[in-house]
Design a protein around this ligand. Structure first.
Ligand SMILES: NC(=O)c1ccc[n+]([C@@H]2O[C@H](COP(=O)([O-])OP(=O)(O)OC[C@H]3O[C@@H](n4cnc5c(N)ncnc54)[C@H](OP(=O)(O)O)[C@@H]3O)[C@@H](O)[C@H]2O)c1
Length: 300
């Protein structure tokens, strides 16, 4: 694709991610117009060939495809309201993180302005954008996804369309970020415990791959167990996990560290034990976050 043939793109928002997106469009040869509340964030992109817009309205007028990447949905609302009248006939691709409900509301709002709306969730950090390791999930207007697929391909890696519900991509996003955030807490908590034990983080870190590496296959296995409603405890049981959690918590408490996260874990585990699921595998915990259920063995 030559510079002349490449579609023009507008990017609203030049935080770290917006800059990465605009940079990837430029690298792929797309004439790119950028706008940001703080104008000097565009300087490096302008040196690479980006055009700046004086205001949001001018930015939206510059391209049929308008990519939005701002702090959150409230900010998206504030910024787009500045030039809502310009959105008619535009294809709005919103790559701002939001809740599924916000994404659906934003799609309704966009439709009222006469814009086609595609919601996106960027699952990988800024250095991946434009590279094979990027992952972006989309949902919403299918025609927009298909007509803009080639241009959005400049963002690199894997792009997956999840269907016409504009909240679907955000649904995947919140569930995956839930896993990520719990992982962040686990890593930071574990490093604090190692430090209290006199173990340097750099000495512990090489061994964490053995733990983290299990998570993806664990998610797939647990998902299959939930579908089958069978939670075999042949590899490990909830009763055994509860015992291990007791000494992890005890060591944490003995060092004077915050046990709040482990206490919360214990509540969920205890609910499973009280329901008679002690001999089940860890996948049973998926059900324990919903309303407590009583195991057949507990009622008989
Ligand atoms: N960074 C990542 O690795 C990553 C990965 C996946 C998803 N995301 C998502 O991408 C989105 C953007 O993230 P980011 O990393 O670029 O940084 P961010 O700090 O979340 O957002 C910065 C952008 O929001 C703008 N902004 C904030 N408040 C504003 C307001 N009241 N009015 C107008 N503009 C406002 C900033 O403008 P100013 O420059 O003027 O402050 C800037 O353009 C977020 O939804 C984030 O969750 C980011």
């Amino acid at each position: 694709m030559t510079q002349q043939q490449a579609a023009t793109v507008t990017v609203l928002g030049l935080g770290p991610m917006g800059q990465a997106l605009a940079g990837a469009f430029l690298a792929a040869g797309h004439p790119t117009t950028v706008w940001n509340r703080t104008a000097d964030r565009a300087v490096a992109l302008v040196e690479r060939g980006a055009r700046t817009a004086a205001d949001v309205a001018q930015a939206i007028r510059a391209s049929e495809l308008v990519v939005v990447c701002l702090r959150n949905d409230e900010v998206v609302g504030e910024v787009l309201e500045l030039a809502a009248g310009e959105l008619h006939g535009r294809k709005l691709v919103n790559l701002t993180s939001s809740s599924p409900g916000q994404a659906r509301e934003r799609a309704i709002w966009a439709a009222r302005q006469g814009a086609a709306y595609l919601a996106g969730a960027i699952m990988t950090p800024t250095p991946t954008i434009g590279l094979p390791s990027a992952l972006v999930l989309y949902s919403g207007d299918e025609a927009t996804y298909h007509t803009e697929q080639r241009t959005l391909g400049a963002l690199g890696g894997t792009a997956t369309y999840l269907g016409s519900d504009p909240g679907r991509a955000a649904g995947y996003d919140v569930a995956l970020l839930d896993i990520f955030w719990m992982g962040v807490l686990g890593v930071t908590h574990g490093l604090a415990l190692a430090h209290a034990e006199g173990i340097a983080g750099r000495d512990l870190a090489p061994y964490t791959a053995a733990i983290a590496g299990m998570l993806a296959s664990m998610a797939a296995g647990f998902a299959a167990q939930v579908e089958a409603e069978e939670f075999p405890g042949d590899r490990s049981t909830l009763a055994s996990a509860a015992s291990a959690l007791t000494h992890i918590r005890g060591t944490t408490r003995d060092h004077g560290l915050d046990t709040g996260l482990l206490d919360a874990s214990r509540v969920v585990l205890q609910r499973a034990l009280d329901a008679g699921f002690g001999d089940d595998g860890l996948g049973r915990l998926v059900q324990m976050f919903a309303a407590p259920r009583v195991a057949p063995s507990a009622t008989s």
